[in-house]
Design a protein around this ligand. Structure first.
Ligand code: SF4
Length: 396
């Protein structure tokens, strides 16, 4: 048995453990374990510094989860885009391929908790059907292997999936979505990396949410992946009491770059049942992005996205940098809130999408205002008409 497998066996993984180690009453512990199974491996547990700290909040259940009954179990409506049980086919050229329901730590905020930890919903017998679906759809050029955590399966089982995908000529790139470098970095072994590098082009997207997760062990794991030529990206989730401050996000993203991990997304928390206490206003995410851009390297800046409820896909959100137009000039503000004008090129071919035009006509009437802006060339001020920012955007 490998070290990571031995560590998994020592996980906190029952209602009884919650009662004995964290002082829960038995009834609450059992209800929480039923809502979403508990598993915390000893490595991740060792990162907790004090009760209710940002690590604790991600892995130790909270009785407040039981009060959140209205939120959906499948907020992104993945089931509607699932032609076979292991596949979600939402975007034209790529699919999500689920190969296991298991994870080395069950994150209390998990979006896919309706399936995760339940081996009747994702398991090995669905893998062949997934491969057949991908082979039958030549438009699929990008496969994201996920779960659960795909690195919960053995190297042998994972290699069978990778080899099966590489036999399909139209699959150009393969991505692995795994939280292991963060939650159980001992899973990244020399043997695993030697196997993975046979299946390039291969990318890894991992999932760090807080700078305390950027430990020497995690750094070692990320470096091992990078050393075999695998670009590693990070997808963080914005969560109240975990990382809802610009200082924490700045530190996290700077540390990730030092570990050779490229920040990719910050997700607004989804509306998943039992996770409402993690949600933050969109304003918080926009303020964080506002305090990242310009204040640190562009390499450290991810996209801030909302995965649209009901299955609309990822929608990027940005603080407002374009303030409006003054004739031909575009009014812009920089990260220091200094206003600049950019003389745009006249372009008669640019047209608004009909849906956008209709929406703007309906919603933007009366939302323009006149503001004074400095004319730096002449040292004067002039009045210009600018569009007001939509609700929630950062305008100072
Ligand atoms: S590792 Fe990913 S799939 Fe597993 S519980 Fe955490 S968020 Fe969910």
């Amino acid at each position: 048995m490998e070290l990571w497998q031995e560590m998994l066996r020592q996980s906190v993984d029952s209602a009884k453990d919650l009662v004995e180690r964290f002082g829960f009453d038995t009834e609450t512990a059992e209800k929480l374990n039923k809502l979403f199974h508990i598993r915390i491996n000893p490595y991740y547990l060792s990162l907790i510094r004090y009760p209710n700290d940002p690590i604790w909040r991600q892995c130790i259940p909270d009785a407040i989860e039981l009060q959140d009954e209205k939120a959906p179990e499948d907020p992104l409506n993945e089931e509607a885009d699932s032609p076979v049980p292991s596949i979600t086919h939402r975007y034209p050229d790529r699919v999500l391929f689920l190969i296991t329901s298991q994870c080395s730590m069950y994150c209390r905020f998990c979006t896919r908790k309706r399936k995760v930890s339940d081996s009747t919903k994702i398991n090995a017998k669905f893998i062949q059907r997934g491969l057949e679906y991908i082979a039958a759809h030549p438009e699929i050029r990008d496969v994201i292997i996920s779960g659960g955590d795909p690195l919960m399966v053995t190297d042998y089982a994972l290699e069978k999936v990778l080899a099966g995908l590489r036999e399909i000529p139209h699959v150009e790139i393969i991505r692995l979505g795994t939280k292991m470098p963060c939650v159980l970095p001992q899973r990244i072994t020399t043997k695993l990396c030697r196997m993975l590098k046979k299946y390039h082009p291969l990318y890894v997207n991992t999932h760090f949410n807080h700078p305390w997760e950027c430990t020497p062990e995690a750094e070692r794991a990320c470096n091992m992946l990078a050393d075999v030529g695998i670009p590693v990206g990070n997808q963080a989730v914005l969560m109240k009491g975990v990382n809802d401050s610009a200082d924490v996000m700045l530190e996290l993203h700077r540390k990730l770059l030092k570990m050779r991990v490229r920040p990719y997304y910050i997700y607004q928390a989804d509306l998943t049942k039992g996770t409402n206490h993690f949600r933050t206003p969109v304003r918080v995410g926009l303020e964080i992005m506002d305090k990242l851009r310009g204040h640190t390297s562009g390499l450290a800046i991810p996209y801030y996205v909302i995965d649209a409820p009901g299955g609309g896909g990822k929608i990027p959100l940005l603080p407002q940098y374009v303030l409006g137009r003054n004739g031909k000039d575009i009014l812009l503000r920089n990260y220091k809130y200094e206003i600049y004008t950019y003389p745009d090129v006249e372009d008669a071919t640019v047209e608004q999408h009909p849906v956008e035009r209709k929406y703007m006509r309906k919603h933007q009437n009366g939302r323009r205002k006149s503001v004074s802006v400095p004319n730096s060339a002449e040292g004067t001020e002039e009045k210009v008409l600018v569009e007001q920012a939509p609700v929630g955007q950062v305008v100072k």
